[in-house]
Design a protein around this ligand. Sequence first.
Ligand SMILES: Cc1cc2nc3c(=O)[nH]c(=O)nc-3n(C[C@H](O)[C@H](O)[C@H](O)COP(=O)(O)OP(=O)(O)OC[C@H]3O[C@@H](n4cnc5c(N)ncnc54)[C@H](O)[C@@H]3O)c2cc1C
Length: 453
Amino acid sequence: MLVQKPTLHIIGAGWAGLSAAVRACQSGFEVHLYESAPTLGGRAASHIKNHQPLDHGQHILIGAYESTLKLLTLLGGSHAQQFNRLGLAILDAQGQGFKLPLDRFGFKALRALLQNKRWRSIDKLGVLWTGFYWLLNPDTRALLKDIDRDDLSMGRDMSVKDFFAPIPDRIMDDLIEPLCLSALNTNIHEASARLLLRVLRDAFQDLPRSCELLIPKVPLGELLPGPARLWLERHGAHIHPSKRVRSLLEFKSEDIVVLCTSAKEAARLCASVASDWAQCAQALEHERICTVYLRSQADSKSQVLPDLIALDAREPGSAQFAIKNHHCSTEDNIQWAFVISAAPQLENEKFEDIIIRQAQHQLGLVNIEVLQCVCDKQATFKAKCGLKRPPQFVGQNIWAAGDYVMGPYPSTLEGAVRSGQQTIDLIEQELLRALPRHPASRTAELSSKSSSN
Ligand SMILES: Cc1cc2nc3c(=O)[nH]c(=O)nc-3n(C[C@H](O)[C@H](O)[C@H](O)COP(=O)(O)OP(=O)(O)OC[C@H]3O[C@@H](n4cnc5c(N)ncnc54)[C@H](O)[C@@H]3O)c2cc1C
């Protein structure tokens, strides 16, 4: 380990800032973590409402979120207690749709497609034809090769709509569009095929575990922010909640600052010292996600509905998915989260009306009571085809981490956690590079670092 490490100031305690803080403590930095809100967790935090924890929107993880799951384990969490695990299934209320069998291997994805009763033979032939098209078309073939080699240096990309051009409309509507919206929160016409394929590659890499859907059984605040806070305090980090950093001049120039705020706030903070970086961060566009939480009577019909249901979302403002929140349900009531990805600009009351209609007509729910509508208009960055994201290095002793910073993932918890860890690793490498050039001391430092890992 390096003898004397500079003090590290992490601004923002969302999942990126928390994962950066944990990694930095493990690497032996003195860590200060600043958060403008009174609670930690950022966009994936829980707040207390009517004496109950309420999440800032429904979040779903997948089994391929390796860095996040490892971090939760490090912080003492047990995945069995934290998550309700579901196989990958996009099923409607009648149980029809795409379902990947968890217990069988081989051509499972293909088999699941071919066995789907909602699709006609011509649709299934269209899927096979799409596979040939990808091999024959030089652009799609090159993009698939980049993803396979994990080589994004060519910057190749196309929209999801173009990548899946030959796929029949019905399969586009039933499978590709819901997958794209849930993974990228961006419509298929604009969404980056590169980012979607990268997530799908990881999701299908280590089947069946990697593509499981993990629905939190505990409030988000108890998943990462709470345990991370306890861990950080035990490891000597200084946590400053309700402290908004107004300017980078608040820190000594020899200290290291890691911006883990939103892209816009990071751009504001560094505008005078790194204008190109700030412009790139500022140019990112954002998409809304709204979650309508409601309660319905637990009758015999609603009890047998799947835990995650794909909805007909053709009406603007309607939800694509309804999720049962078992941990908030009782014998008499079921609590649901209806998720509206890439949501249009509407009043909360309007969303609530649309969702009540969906709940009644598509799921047959009765005695519905809306609990809360949470809308975040900057929920994720718009994962547009060919998108430029700002890098980790901002300027002298200033770095950035966050779900929007350059990386292989879209705006997700895994993107945030990976980014936090990666930025600390880069800072560490940079400090090692800056060590005195004497070969013996350098070798000693490097070997002591690798033996401490
Ligand atoms: C409704 C909703 C649903 C979502 N669903 C999913 C999902 O199902 N799966 C998934 O993987 N992802 C989902 N996401 C995305 C996920 O929540 C984000 O990608 C992730 O939380 C981003 O974390 P972050 O740390 O990069 O940023 P943030 O969470 O935005 O953290 C930034 C932090 O910096 C703080 N801050 C800002 N300015 C300052 C300042 N000047 N001084 C001090 N502190 C400051 C903020 O208060 C905030 O806490 C969803 C997001 C939303 C909003």
